[in-house]
Design a binder for this molecule. Structure first.
Ligand code: BGC
Length: 783
């Protein structure tokens, strides 16, 4: 620490003000796409003038050249940061983060993060704009693909895991397999109104605190950087939100790392209507606590004048500059500006067979089996032929998912390739495209925005009828029909809000024709959906025999999906975000507050309305928050997912049901038996409810999960430990003025395989102190 301080003191002592603000500037690089409206810059000349602290760099060679220039010709010879979006793998692309979250497998997620860090550092990248830890409830918002879903606890665990994967558990960034993590987007971005990207966010301070838990977890794990959100937070753009960035993040949470804007966010303060020009926008963002101006060039142009005017102090500039230099020190760049970039390393570490095997494992573990009637899956290798139909079945580019900026889409394995390899000589695979992903040429062009030279969303000249006819012929030639439908990669991700979250309607006639045919022919119809967000699948769920859902699976997608369909891998993915019946249900939040007229109240009988669930009338006029045309419940609840075997969950059991104080620990155990005939993995989940508190508390909140592999006929116990800290919540007057505590009383503890089927027990937890040696107790199940 003293060595670092002495070094930085000496360095800064010799730097001019212009050079110091240069360290806060991160302009775009030629040859590397940026979002927002960015200008172009002459990087070499500006590096020589000391006006640049970091950039993206187009590729390894470019990064080497720019770094060489910075450390040999820059005025103070300060190395550059190279920050890039390394989001779901780097060269070896793994499933989009929402898919990975569905694995609920922290060890696997960590391994994918470490692989990405190693590949990225070998390509000269030392900072990643990841993990994205925004909790989201609205599947219209394309960026749900980038996050870990809707459950705060799962999101926090994944945030912590990803930071440790990128930075190492020792946070030693000066190693060739480490990159600095950036938690984003602070804060509230996942609540963008109506799922429209960049839209404003209105949320109570308590709600904000709840969904900020993943940031807190990531900061506790040592994240070096944090990116601020584009949106307003209760009327103030986050980029200029002093209370959020200074009072809460810096002072209360003690975050000491880099606070970077999102791309062009300083200049966007003008569009937000809180600054009339870039100078004022610069002042507002800097005063709020931003250290790094990504792409707006406001800091480098205007901070020196703001210092001269006395609006910004030299000391504040020094503090920000010191933070950037300290990040470079931590990354080991002053010692070796080329750390990790040594000749031949990239070729050695990127896209190795081992990495591809991990990508395959990750993609298979992310698949969620949503329906499997009559054991339609797994597919049998018993001779004959399988029909594989659909516009995503032989699509290479769209397997990749939304944020794999540095990867080569031509390396992705298609589902057809995966099928052919998996089937081997035992089965014939007959293929037809069947329909287009979309029929609208304008939309197709938009979806090809990043691969205009090699479009993946292509409108077939043959016309719909001819394509369906070909698909039916292929279906007739096979004993089982697998249809692969869904979204192109650019249907999801940034700037990809959808108004209708069904499988694009251009694909519906094909699905219906195959459903009619398979029904009449007595064949099974298996639907594989590849998409970037939860979709409303009520129509398909009625008609398909089986549905396997894969979020855009990455480079090994074709192999991995085939592994699951053929039963070589048990489907172990569980939804990290509920799937609605209909887009009109959105936003859909499982950890929601109760209403005064909760779902589940008594229904009423109305003549002519025959809908019943378990013999009870469904219509609940005046008694519940009902939806007239349907149900308020999701089609597939959070945590849900089938496997090829069956698990029986016992009641939750606890040693005691009276607890006292902060040191007491509640151990909850559930015995789970595999009653099927195959080995499988289940994810046991534990949710808590505080039914009576001084403020309304969610109907359930995830507090623990454990993945268990169980042999057929075998049993295993899931054991959870709860402490009073798991019961705490925040009561907030404002974002920075809040209290965090738990309230004594009854708590409902619920366990099970997903929120649709939980069993519960009740405990009393009192304030006070626990006697030192609580006696042993017997496990008791209570209701
Ligand atoms: C996104 C960020 C991303 C940045 C750079 C922005 O538009 O919001 O998440 O890191 O672009 O690509």
């Amino acid at each position: 620490m003293t060595a670092e301080r002495d070094f930085i003191d000496a360095l800064m002592g010799a730097m001019t003000l212009q050079e110091k603000v240069g360290q806060l500037n991160y302009p775009p690089s030629e040859g590397f796409d940026t979002t927002g409206v960015a200008g172009t810059v002459d990087l070499p000349e500006r590096i020589r003038r000391g006006e640049i602290g970091g950039t993206a760099g187009a590729n390894l060679e470019d990064r080497r050249t720019l770094q060489r220039l910075a450390v040999s010709e820059g005025p103070s010879k300060i190395p550059l940061l190279f920050g890039v979006d390394v989001i779901h793998g780097h060269k070896t692309v793994v499933p989009v983060p929402l898919g990975l979250a569905c694995s609920w497998d922290l060890d696997l997620i960590e391994r994918t993060g470490r692989m990405a860090a190693t590949e990225a550092r070998a390509e000269g990248i030392n900072v990643t704009w990841s993990p994205m830890v925004d909790i989201g409830y609205d599947a219209r918002w394309g960026r749900v693909a980038e996050g870990s879903g809707e459950l705060v606890h799962l999101g926090a665990e994944i945030a912590r895991t990803m930071v440790q994967a990128y930075q190492g558990t020792d946070n030693d960034l000066a190693r060739p397999d480490r990159v600095m993590a950036t938690l984003k987007h602070f804060a509230g971005y996942g609540l963008s109104m109506a799922g429209r990207d960049y839209n404003s966010v209105e949320a109570s301070p308590a709600t904000l605190h709840r969904i900020m838990a993943p940031f807190k977890a990531g900061i506790e794990a040592g994240a070096g950087a944090l990116m601020v959100a584009f949106n307003t937070v209760n009327d103030i753009p986050a980029t200029a939100h002093k209370e959020l960035l200074q009072d809460l993040l810096r002072e209360d949470w003690g975050f000491d790392g880099l606070v970077v804007t999102d791309f062009t966010a300083v200049m966007e303060l003008i569009n937000h209507g809180i600054a009339s020009d870039l100078e004022e926008a610069t002042y507002l963002a800097f005063a709020a606590g931003i250290t790094t101006d990504l792409v707006s060039e406001g800091f480098v142009r205007h901070l020196p004048d703001l210092v001269t005017q006395g609006r910004v102090s030299m000391e504040e500039v020094d503090t920000a500059c010191r933070r950037v230099l300290s990040a470079k020190w931590a990354l080991g760049l002053f010692e070796d500006p080329f750390l990790g970039m040594d000749e031949g390393r990239y070729e050695r570490v990127a896209l190795s067979a081992q990495n591809r095997a991990l990508a395959r494992e990750a993609a298979a573990s992310s698949c969620v089996l949503l329906k499997n009637e009559g054991q339609a899956l797994p597919l049998q290798r018993d001779g004959g032929a399988i029909a594989l139909i659909g516009p995503l079945a032989e699509n290479r580019v769209d397997m990749q998912g939304t944020w794999a900026v540095a990867a080569d889409p031509m390396l992705n394995v298609t589902l057809l390739e995966g099928f052919r390899e998996s089937a081997g000589a035992q089965l014939d695979i007959h293929f037809a495209k069947g329909c287009n992903i979309v029929d609208d040429p304008n939309l197709a062009a938009r979806l090809n925005v990043h691969n205009r030279d090699n479009p993946s969303v292509v409108i077939d000249p043959r016309g719909k009828e001819a394509m369906i006819e070909e698909a039916l012929q292929v279906a007739r030639s096979a004993s089982v029909v697998v249809v692969c439908l869904g979204e192109a990669k650019e249907h999801a991700g940034e700037s990809s809000t959808r108004e209708d979250i069904t499988i694009p309607m251009a694909q519906r006639p094909l699905f219906d024709a195959l459903a009619d045919y398979t029904l009449s022919a007595g064949k099974k119809l298996i639907l594989v959906v590849i998409a970037g967000r939860p979709l409303a699948l009520a129509h398909e769920a009625e008609r398909a025999d089986a549905i396997l859902f894969s979020f855009h699976p990455g480079i090994e997608g074709g192999h991995a999906i085939a592994d699951v369909l053929f039963g070589d891998v048990d489907p172990s993915g569980r939804l990290a975000m509920a799937f609605p019946r209909h887009g009109g249900q959105l936003p859909l939040q499982s950890e929601h507050l109760p209403t005064g007229r909760p779902i589940g109240g008594a229904g009423i009988t109305v003549e002519g309305d025959d809908e019943r669930i378990d013999g009870e009338p469904v219509f609940r006029k005046f008694t519940t928050a009902t939806i007239l045309e349907g149900s308020s419940e999701p089609l597939f609840p959070v945590g849900f997912g089938l496997g090829y075997t069956i698990f029986d969950y016992g009641d939750p059991m606890a040693e005691k049901n009276e607890l006292v104080g902060e040191k007491d620990v509640l151990e909850v155990m559930v015995i789970i038996t595999n009653t099927g005939t195959r080995a499988g993995v289940t994810t046991a989940q534990l949710y808590v409810r505080d039914p009576v508190a001084t403020v309304s508390r969610p109907v359930l909140e995830l507090k623990g999960f454990v993945r268990l592999a169980i042999e057929p006929g075998g049993s295993a116990s899931a054991v959870f430990s709860l402490r009073s800290e798991d019961l705490t919540f925040i009561k907030a007057r404002t974002i920075s003025q809040y209290e965090e505590d738990w309230e004594e009383g009854a708590f409902e503890i619920m366990t099970g395989p997903h929120v649709g089927t939980l069993k519960s027990l009740s405990v009393q937890w009192h304030k006070g102190s626990q006697p030192d040696h609580p006696g042993p107790g017997d496990l008791v199940a209570n209701r």
